[in-house]
Write a protein that binds this ligand. Structure first.
Ligand code: SAM
Length: 292
């Protein structure tokens, strides 16, 4: 019986055997706590019915625990030095495919088509490289794949933003963008001490799931996203100020905007953080209707 990858000793031993250093520039902080790994897999309810995409397998600590319960795991790793390591550390599992690939350059639909049989729910499970947390989540959401769950570890502060409620300081453009497409909650906090090397921040596991209740439909998603971005451009300023920042101060425009806000019963003096997703969508649609 081969020992599990996830211990500090074995992690360091594997890196030493291959003469490798941890690349900070690639966000390489490897998990070395088996309980945390079990909890991550459990947070996604991963079962033998699921196909799983893992982003950044590192030396395979999480990959191994996913493979023990899932149907098939496809792991994308950008660091070519780790490919021979993974083929050794994961040699005893026949349901893992490791691919040398930058996740941000991957065509997710193609990847799924080529590697999975189409008969299993697809989940994403990953201890993300923190320097590209938001771009990775956007890339997954932009793919429009209906993932059964996305379970991702990230810096705690980013997790707070993703799971934030309207009216709180963490609620912003990122929250709205992600919660527009998926339910989002923080599952549990992970202390920095369980990584090798230790990062300077604490982490959290976030679970994204398909929406329980549909939102209103924006006439244009692009307009909706850019309206939200614009409304949060200056967080401490009023909604009215930010709207003028986006659409300009021409008297005609201001009058139209005023009428729209009145119709939606939104006070111009509030801050954008007060608006929920449906209110942003209504605002987008009304502004389109009056041709702003
Ligand atoms: N899964 C391992 C674990 O939990 O111990 C490693 C997680 S480590 C935080 C992030 C991993 O993502 C590293 O192995 C790193 O090389 C990889 N990575 C960084 N940028 C990437 C990218 N653009 N595409 C795919 N993998 C990437």
């Amino acid at each position: 019986e081969v020992p599990e990858i996830a211990t500090p000793l074995r992690t360091r031993a594997i890196m030493e055997t291959y003469g490798l250093n941890f690349k900070k520039s690639l966000g390489q902080n490897f998990l070395t706590d088996i309980n945390i790994l079990h909890k991550i897999v459990a947070a996604g309810n991963v079962s033998e019915n699921d196909d799983v995409i893992e982003i950044g397998p590192g030396i395979g600590a999480l990959t191994e625990q996913i493979a023990k319960v899932a149907h098939h795991v496809v792991a994308l790793e950008v660091d070519e030095r780790l490919i021979p390591v993974l083929s050794e550390t994961l040699a005893q599992y026949d349901n893992i495919t490791v691919i040398l690939q930058d996740i941000l350059k991957a065509n997710i639909a193609d990847l799924i088509e080529k590697n999975f049989d189409g008969n299993h729910p697809i989940k994403v499970v990953a201890n993300l490289p923190y320097y590209i947390t938001s771009p990775i989540i956007m890339h997954l959401l932009d793919s429009k794949i209906r993932f059964a769950a996305i379970v991702v570890m990230m810096q705690k502060e980013v997790a707070n933003r993703l799971s934030a409620e309207p009216g709180t300081k963490d609620y912003g453009a990122l929250t709205t963008r992600v919660q527009y497409q998926m339910e989002c909650h923080t599952s549990f906090i992970v202390p920095r001490t369980v990584f090798v090397p230790q990062p300077n921040v604490d982490s959290a596991i976030v679970v994204l799931e398909p929406l329980m209740k549909k939102h209103l439909e924006p006439y244009s998603e692009e307009d909706f996203f850019s309206l939200v971005k614009g409304c949060f451009a200056h967080r401490r300023k009023s909604l009215w100020n930010n709207l003028q920042g986006i659409f300009g101060k021409e008297p005609k425009t201001r009058e139209k905007m005023q009428n729209v806000l009145e119709e939606l019963q939104i006070s111009p003096q509030i801050r954008a953080e007060r608006l929920n997703i449906d209110e942003f969508i209504s605002l987008t649609n009304k502004l389109i209707e009056v041709k702003i």
